[in-house]
Design a binder for this molecule. Structure first.
Ligand code: DGY
Length: 334
């Protein structure tokens, strides 16, 4: 193995520049068809592979790790890593990295855009126009709710939540309230004029609720029928976090009965499947998990995953390792 190049599998299609960088260091296997491989196929492809470049679609669990004993590094181009069993990787000495920071502003732009499209009924009115139903102007046609000057409620106040709060406070004069497991330091709260509140108070007071909390068993269905029942009937809900944080069946029901005014959803339980109830209600804006999808940002995410792989497999320090304790223990380079 001394002078043999390590083998890297790129589990989904990505930028040519990223592949070219990997080829400078490794023997690289790619997924030409961009297929989402079933688990047994992924395991088969990982035989004899030391490093894998993944996205949010691949499931890296204990069964896969046990079946792929050569694997030393799992590097994701996504920031969310609920698809990776981090403790199982750490227990087996497998380095894991994600791609934080590089997508923060782009994702916040999208979250804000989705919230505005939801409040101002942009998709619903466009569909009406495309159906040829626009015959006259009327005073209340697609009248929605204001964003400027309203109360922005943020569930999950990490980097992306703070970037959304900044847009709301500085750009739109919004009152910012948030709920997070831990309160931000006063030095972070002050420039956003952000106020920590209990979760129920957040739901009761927000005109526009934006969900940015990572998915974990603890956040599963953090927003369900009870929580939707606490919201104002005029409120909107925007989810750019992960499917499963919101109970989509309960949300579809709340939209159909106008328990809340509208929703903007970029992520779904069981995506790319979408709950059928969400496809038939008019008061929802639906997008296919594209919050970080600007070309520069996706490129940066991809290069960060490559940086991590190169470092992880050459005994270096991956810039955004999720289990850096392995480095301190002196994990063996491939
Ligand atoms: C992320 O990076 O987590 C985005 O949701 C894309 O998967």
């Amino acid at each position: 193995m001394a002078d043999r190049k390590a083998v890297v599998l790129v589990a989904r299609r990505t930028f040519d520049d990223a592949i070219a960088r990997l080829r400078e260091h490794f023997e690289v296997r790619v997924n030409d068809d961009d297929a989402v491989w079933p688990q047994d196929e992924l395991i088969r492809r990982l035989q004899g592979v030391q490093g894998v470049y993944i996205t949010g679609s691949e499931q890296i669990d204990a069964t896969l790790l046990d079946a792929c004993p050569d694997l030393r590094a799992v590097c994701s181009m996504a920031v969310g890593y609920n698809n990776v069993d981090l403790p199982a990787c750490t227990a087996r000495g497998v380095l894991v990295s994600n791609a934080p920071d590089v997508l923060t502003e782009t994702t916040a732009d999208f979250g804000f855009a989705l919230m505005m499209a939801t409040a101002r009924r942009i998709s619903e009115s466009e569909h009406f126009l495309r159906r040829g139903e626009w015959h006259k102007w009327s005073y209340d046609m697609f009248a929605g709710s204001d964003v400027h000057g309203s109360t922005l409620g943020i569930l999950g106040m990490g980097r992306i939540g703070q970037a959304i709060a900044r847009r709301g406070h500085l750009g739109f004069g919004m009152r910012v309230i948030y709920h997070n497991r831990s309160r931000l330091a006063p030095a972070l709260e002050a420039p956003l004029a952000a106020q920590w509140v209990e979760k129920d108070a957040l739901l009761q007071q927000a005109d526009h609720l934006v969900i940015v909390v990572p998915y974990s068993p603890a956040s599963h269905h953090a927003i369900g029928a009870r929580e939707l029942g606490l919201m104002k009937p005029s409120a909107t809900l925007t989810n750019i976090a992960r499917g499963g944080v919101v109970d989509d069946a309960a949300l579809a029901q709340a939209l159909a009965t106008r328990r809340i005014a509208a929703a903007g959803l970029d992520v779904f339980e069981g995506e790319p499947q979408v709950h059928p109830g969400l496809l038939t209600v008019p008061n929802v804006v639906l997008t296919p998990h594209i919050a970080s999808a600007s070309i520069p940002t996706r490129l940066a995410m991809s290069h960060l995953a490559v940086d991590n792989l190169i470092a992880a497999l050459s005994g270096g320090r991956p810039p955004t390792a999720l289990n850096p304790e392995l480095l301190n223990r002196g994990a063996e380079p491939a």
